[in-house]
Design a binder for this molecule. Structure first.
Ligand code: SF4
Length: 327
């Protein structure tokens, strides 16, 4: 690991000022991804700005939205009575992620900032445009079983690794960020990026901006929700495919719907057209299968991940069934 400076800060402004003073500085909170990346020389910051002392751990109702501080731990959010009651989809997605130990260390902001788990990104002997732009992409012609089927580019076919973010994009969350120019809000669907020609950029945060909170508007998705994660082992594994499904059902008619997928794209993949196909229809397998077909339009498989073209729609249908009839 390289040598680096380490400073602690206790306000968002002080943290932003501290990273702004050094060219290659990073914020650190739980460190559950960043420290691994530093050990492997994939990220080599010259300065770490520890933000753990900033009071950003609140989880509270503010008017018609729930505001979650960026430093709230994944386990605190998942176990919060308010979140379990009003945002059960978010609670389910968090409990599907990582291990209990990691959920006790990882923060909401860090979860959003975690980097892809593409094996070629972590293997510094292999080419990777995300690690070093211009090197090439080892996964394109390599073992790409875990890789994307939507929104890929010739530069990168990696997937976004978070479970929490799949629920947050479905719930129309907003990201609050503090930066050198003040505070701004970013719709969650616009926070993460597709790879395009700049796969080294995971998100649309501006230089030296700090995530301070997530806002989630009140909604009617308090009962008929399900986060379904298909993975290679029962816990502590990233999604092969995941689906966040939320329905508002009255008299067996779907009044409103939210649907998003993980394990399929460089960003949390919202399925807006499939949502439209659900609204106004009976909550039946036929309706769910039709929405799943619409959801998969435009999917493109690579040599080793063609199975996702079948697994994807089946996961959507099952998640919707589970949401319609929660156990
Ligand atoms: Fe790197 Fe992206 Fe290619 Fe993986 S898919 S090797 S992260 S460029």
């Amino acid at each position: 690991m390289i040598q680096f400076q380490y400073v602690r800060t206790s306000t968002p402004k002080a943290a932003v000022d501290a990273v702004s003073k050094t060219q290659n500085a990073r914020f650190i909170a739980g460190g559950t991804n960043l420290v691994d990346l530093m050990k492997r020389n994939i990220m080599t910051p010259e300065k770490l700005v520890d933000i753990n002392n900033i009071p950003l751990k609140g989880i509270e109702q503010q008017g018609n939205k729930i505001v979650i501080g960026a430093l709230a731990l994944n386990s605190q959010v998942a176990d919060s009575k308010l979140v379990q009651e009003k945002l059960p989809l978010l609670s389910q997605s968090l409990n599907a992620g990582a291990s209990a130990q990691i959920r006790n260390m990882a923060t909401v902001g860090g979860n959003m900032m975690q980097r892809t788990r593409c094996n070629y990104f972590y293997d510094t002997a292999m080419p990777c445009n995300k690690r070093e732009p211009g090197l090439g992409c080892g996964a394109l012609e390599g073992f790409n079983r875990m890789h994307a089927i939507f929104g890929t580019s010739e530069k990168c076919i990696a997937v976004h690794p978070s479970d929490m973010c799949i629920a947050l994009v479905a719930l129309d969350a907003t990201v609050v960020a503090a930066g050198p120019k003040g505070e701004r809000r970013i719709p969650f669907a616009e926070f993460h990026r597709l790879p395009g020609d700049t796969p080294e950029k995971d998100n649309n945060l501006m230089e030296n901006e700090l995530i301070t909170a997530i806002e989630i508007p009140d909604n009617a998705f308090t009962r008929n929700v399900h986060y379904l994660k298909i993975r290679d082992r029962a816990s502590y594994a990233f999604a092969v495919i995941s689906v966040a499904a939320a329905l508002h059902i009255e008299n067996n008619t779907i009044k409103d719907a939210r649907l998003a997928m993980g394990g399929v794209s460089h960003k949390p993949w919202r399925l807006s057209e499939a949502e439209k196909a659900l609204i106004g229809k009976p909550a039946s397998e036929k309706t769910f299968r039709n929405a799943a077909e619409i959801a998969m339009q435009g999917a493109k498989a690579y040599k080793h991940n063609a199975f996702k073209l079948k697994l994807g729609p089946n996961t959507i249908v099952q998640a919707l069934k589970n949401a319609a009839e929660p156990v």
